[in-house]
Design a protein around this ligand. Structure first.
Ligand code: GUN
Ligand code: ZN
Length: 433
């Protein structure tokens, strides 16, 4: 038998493909120490004496163990801008974000800031994170070096732009190809947990030629590609002016052959039924970022409708419009904003999402959106042991935990667990916190 470590917890929460979260009392996660994969996940009593000699860590009577959180959309070079309330998207980008991102062209600054960024993500329970990176290849490479040291899974790419941005942020098409080749050669697949993601910012700051180049590169190397789509009313009007020959926003990305199962579109608040159907039939994923959408006055994405239509959706913190790296807080906001949408659009029924569904989105939903559901997102045997442990004693009186129904426990966790209740973070069986 392989050398294993047994992690015992009072409650284990395991997401299922049916968009549910199973609640296991007095259970244990058994992890293969040689490769960090999950060997078993079951009530301790069921495991019997099978692993009785193995090293055991007991997180105690107040512990909840669940899969690591998955952030499917954020921006590393915007972290210093969090909480700076200014205006809607386009003004915010021009006045606050573009000057800040230009500073990340400096590789030393980028690496130093990336270190803080990844540390904070881990301290929020995030074990997998997809992010737009700095505006140059040299700085993006150094941000990857920080990710290599931090230990979490990072999917990242240089933020690519070639128009309507300050010259310091612009990368001509030829240079973009070289940059993609360099980053992919240096970092894609590093340690099985760092990945190159092709990252053209959006149609507003990318020519069709750049979008097409990105699409070809992603296709050739089978990489994920991320961009933004249909985020704000003013953005929609501007994009329509920039691309008058296209019938809608999605058609621009279609013309660049970007509608594939490996593309993640952030926001997608304002999609017509036809656009939704085209994204669905192409198998695209959507990054839902409810806090950013509130912060920038963008709107409320019809989350329930998208789930019902079978679109793949994950949660993104979208720093710096989102204002913390906590995916748990993002999930909380997803619930609250869905309620607000239900209030504002009573004709859409049903509209709300449950805390259980929100926690599912923060774990297995995110993994599915990235095509990583065979590796992460649940506690099932065979997957890689990315998990976190929360201590409930800060937010559930000890006597109450015992009697809580699973839905009540998940709801309590989602709405009230403070950041300080995070006790441990593991990636591939390795404790990082
Ligand atoms: N659309 C294009 N760029 C950005 C960005 O940096 N943040 C957000 N929220 N939307 C965008
Ligand atoms: Zn974004």
């Amino acid at each position: 038998m392989a050398a294993v470590t047994v992690y015992r917890a009072r409650v284990l929460l395991n997401p299922t493909p049916q968009r549910r979260v199973e609640c296991l009392w007095d259970g244990a996660l058994v992890v293969d120490a040689s490769n960090g994969s999950i060997v078993a996940c079951a009530p301790t009593a069921e495991l019997g004496r099978h692993f009785s000699g193995a090293p055991t860590v007991d997180f105690g009577p107040h512990s909840v163990l669940l899969p690591g959180l998955v952030d499917v959309h954020t921006h590393l070079p915007q972290y210093p801008a969090i909480g700076q309330d200014r205006d809607e998207l386009l003004t915010w980008l021009r006045e606050l974000i573009f000057p800040l991102e230009a500073r990340y062209a400096d590789p030393d600054f980028a690496e130093q800031q990336a270190e803080l960024f990844f540390r904070t993500a881990l301290d929020s329970g995030t074990t997998t994170l997809v992010t737009f990176g700095p505006p140059t290849a040299a700085a993006t490479s150094r941000a990857f070096a920080a990710a290599a040291r931090a230990g979490l899974r990072v999917l990242m790419g240089q933020t690519l732009m070639d128009r309507n941005v300050p010259v310091e942020l612009s990368t001509p098409t030829n240079d973009a190809l070289q940059a993609l080749e360099r980053i992919t050669a240096e970092w894609h697949g590093y340690d099985g947990r760092l990945f190159s993601v092709v990252s053209p910012r959006f149609a507003g700051s990318c020519s069709l030629a750049l979008l097409q180049l990105c699409s070809r590169f992603a296709q050739r190397h089978q990489l994920l590609l991320q961009t933004h789509l249909a985020e704000s009313p003013r953005e929609l009007r501007w994009i329509a002016e920039l691309f008058p020959e296209f019938s809608d926003y999605t058609a621009i990305y279609e013309a660049a052959a970007l509608l594939t199962p490996r593309t993640i579109f952030a926001h997608c608040i304002y999609l017509s039924p036809s656009e939704r159907a085209r994204l669905h039939s192409a198998g695209c994923a959507i990054a839902h970022c409810p806090r950013s959408n509130a912060f920038l006055r963008s709107g409320i994405m019809p989350l329930r409708q998208y789930l019902q239509e079978g679109l793949r959706v994950g949660l993104g913190t979208d720093i710096g419009a989102g204002y913390s790296l906590s995916v748990l807080e993002e999930a909380r906001y997803a619930c609250e904003m869905a309620k607000l949408r239900a209030f504002l659009t009573p004709e859409e029924v049903p509209t709300e999402v449950t805390p259980e569904e929100a926690l599912w989105l923060a774990t297995l939903g995110g993994a599915q959106a990235l095509g990583l559901e065979h590796q992460i997102g649940t506690l099932d045997p065979g997957k890689e042991a990315d998990f976190i442990v929360l201590d409930t004693s800060a937010w559930v009186p000890a006597a109450t935990l015992q009697g809580l129904a699973p839905e009540a426990l998940v709801s309590r966790l989602l709405y009230t667990a403070p950041p300080s209740s995070l006790k441990a973070v593991f990636v591939r069986g390795r404790r990082l916190r």
